[in-house]
Design a protein around this ligand. Structure first.
Ligand code: AMP
Ligand code: ZN
Length: 447
C-alpha cells in the first residue's frame, strides 16, 4: 500500500520496519474543550487509515492525550474547576464522541501526566548530547546545534521563524530555540507542577510526543500522523528532538498529514471562533455515521469546506446504507477492489463510488452474495454503528407520534377539524408523513 509522505513529498510504498507490525503515532487532543468538527475530521481520517492497516498488519497505534498545557490551566481557572476534573471530563467527552463517530480506540492512549519521567529522560539526553541548554529555569532546544532543522517542513530557519511567530526571549541563544521544560508560574495549580532536575515546572508540548512515541513505538517507527497545521513547528520539533536524543534514529519514517476542514475557506479553529463542536451536531440529532461520511467524501489531503449541504448529501447516502437488508453478524471486511482504492493513499472517492455502484447493482439483482460483500465493505469503512431504529430515530419518539395520531383521530371524531389540522401540521414539523386508510386507521412514516 502507498501513501503520500510529507517528508519526501512523494507517494511511498509502506515498508514496515518489523515485517508484519506497523507502528503508528497520531497527535491526540489537548483536553481543555470539546472537540470541534476540524478535530473530528482528523480523528476519522486516522481511524480509516488504522482500519486499512490492520486488515493487513498487526498495528500498534498510539494516540496521546495532552493533559498538561497552558490552555488547560487557563480553562480550569475560567470554569472554576480543578485541572484534573477538567481534563477527566473532557477526556470522557472525547471518548464518547470518538465512539459516536465510529472511531476505534487506539492500542495505547498515553497521557502526559503519566509520562513525566520519560519526558525528563529525553530532555536529559538532549542536554547530554549538546542539543539543549538550561536558561532561567527553562530548558531550550538549541536549533543551531542541529544542521537538519527544517528537514520535514522543508523551509529555511528564517521562513519557519516568520511562520511560527516564535517567542523572543532574552535567555534564548537563537529566537527559533523552543522550550523543552518551562518553570511553573505563580498561582499555578499544584496538579500542573512537576519536579525535575531543572526545578518545578512542566514540559513543553513538542517533547511530550517525542517521549511518548519513543516509549511505545521505539526510537524509529513507521508512521506519524496529524493535521497539516502540525508540520511546523510541532512535527519539525519532534523530529529534531528524536534524532538528537537518540543516535542513529530516524524518528518517524512516513509522515501523513490531513488537510483542513474550513469555513468559508478558513481553517476551522478554536482560536478563530469559527467552529462547531461535534456535540452540538449530535445533540441536534445528526447521526455520527453521517458526520463520518461527510468528512470522508473528500480526499484526506484536500481542504474540505464545511456547510449544511455536506450533511444533507451525506444523509441521503447513509439512508441508503441503512435501508439495505441486515445480515446478522456481517463481518467488516473489504473486498479486493475496495482495498485497492483505500491502499492507494486512501482514495475514498473511488471507494464510495464503488460502494454506491454495488448498492445500485444489488437493488437491481437482490443477489445475496453481493449483499454480504457490500455490507462487509460499508462496515469496513466504519459505518453501520447504529441499529436501524436508532438511525431512523424510531426508538425514542414513536410513543409521542402514536399519541398525536390518536389525538388527531379523536379531534376528527369530535368534528374539531381545526385541531385535527393543527396536529397534522405538528406531525409534519416532526418530519412525519401520515396516510389515512379507508378503514379509519392511520399509517405514518418519516420523510
Ligand atoms: P488540537 O487539539 O487543536 O491540537 O487538534 C487535534 C488534531 O486535530 C490535530 O491533528 C490537528 O492538526 C487537527 N485539526 C485541528 N483543526 C483542524 C481542522 N480545521 N481541520 C482538520 N484537522 C484539524
Ligand atoms: Zn504531537
Amino acid at each position: 500500500m502507498k501513501f503520500y509522505n510529507t517528508k519526501n513529498k512523494k507517494q511511498q510504498e509502506l515498508e514496515p520496519l518489523s515485517g508484519n507490525i506497523v507502528s503508528m503515532y497520531v497527535c491526540g487532543p489537548t483536553v481543555y474543550a470539546s472537540p470541534h468538527l476540524g478535530n473530528a475530521r482528523s480523528a476519522i481520517i486516522y481511524d480509516l487509515l488504522y482500519r486499512v492497516l490492520r486488515a493487513k498488519y498487526e498495528v500498534n497505534y498510539v494516540r496521546n492525550i495532552t493533559d498538561v498545557d497552558d490552555k488547560i490551566n487557563a480553562a480550569a481557572k475560567e470554569n472554576g474547576e480543578s485541572i484534573s476534573d477538567l481534563t477527566e471530563r473532557v477526556t470522557q467527552d472525547f471518548h464518547r464522541i470518538m465512539a459516536a463517530l465510529g472511531c476505534l480506540p487506539p492500542t495505547h492512549e498515553p497521557r502526559v501526566t503519566e509520562n513525566i519521567p520519560e519526558i525528563i529522560e529525553v530532555i536529559s539526553s538532549l542536554i547530554k548530547n549538546g542539543h539543549a541548554y538550561e536558561a532561567e529555569g527553562h530548558v531550550l532546544f538549541d536549533v543551531g546545534s542541529y544542521k537538519d532543522y527544517g528537514c520535514l517542513a522543508r523551509r529555511s530557519v528564517d521562513e519557519m521563524q516568520a511562520g511560527a511567530r516564535v517567542e523572543i526571549a532574552p535567555y534564548k541563544k537563537n529566537a527559533a530555540d523552543f522550550v523543552l521544560w518551562k518553570p511553573a508560574s505563580e498561582g499555578d495549580d499544584e496538579s500542573a507542577k512537576f519536579a525535575s532536575p531543572w526545578g518545578i515546572g512542566r514540559p513543553g508540548w513538542h517533547i511530550e510526543c517525542t517521549a511518548m512515541s519513543t516509549k511505545f513505538l521505539g526510537e524509529t517507527y513507521d508512521i506519524h500522523g496529524g493535521g497539516l497545521d502540525l508540520v511546523f513547528p510541532h512535527h519539525e520539533n519532534e523530529v529534531a528532538q528524536g534524532v538528537c536524543a537518540h543516535e542513529d534514529s530516524e524518528y518517524a519514517r512516513m509522515w501523513i498529514h490531513n488537510g483542513f476542514l474550513t469555513v468559508d475557506g478558513e481553517k476551522m479553529s478554536k482560536s478563530l471562533g469559527n467552529f462547531t463542536t461535534v456535540s452540538e451536531l449530535l445533540d441536534k440529532g445528526v447521526n455520527g455515521d453521517i458526520i463520518r461520511y461527510a468528512f470522508l467524501t473528500a480526499h484526506y489531503r484536500q481542504p474540505l469546506d464545511w456547510n449544511e449541504k455536506l450533511l444533507y448529501d451525506a444523509k441521503n447516502t447513509m439512508d441508503k446504507f441503512y435501508r439495505l437488508p441486515e445480515i446478522e453478524d456481517a463481518a467488516a471486511k473489504a473486498d479486493d477492489e475496495l482495498s485497492s482504492y483505500l491502499e492507494d493513499d486512501l482514495n475514498t472517492s473511488k471507494a464510495f463510488a464503488y460502494i454506491n455502484q454495488q448498492i445500485s447493482d444489488y437493488n437491481k439483482s437482490n443477489d445475496a452474495e453481493l449483499l454480504t460483500k457490500l455490507l462487509g465493505n460499508i462496515k469496513f469503512m466504519g459505518f453501520l454503528n447504529y441499529s436501524v431504529d436508532e438511525y431512523f430515530g424510531r426508538a425514542d419518539d414513536d410513543a409521542e407520534i402514536d399519541e398525536l395520531i390518536a389525538a388527531r383521530k379523536k379531534a376528527k371524531q369530535d368534528k374539531d377539524f381545526a385541531e385535527a389540522d393543527n396536529i397534522r401540521k405538528k406531525l409534519d414539523a416532526l418530519g412525519i408523513i401520515i396516510e389515512d386508510n379507508r378503514d379509519g386507521s392511520t399509517e405514518w412514516r418519516r420523510k
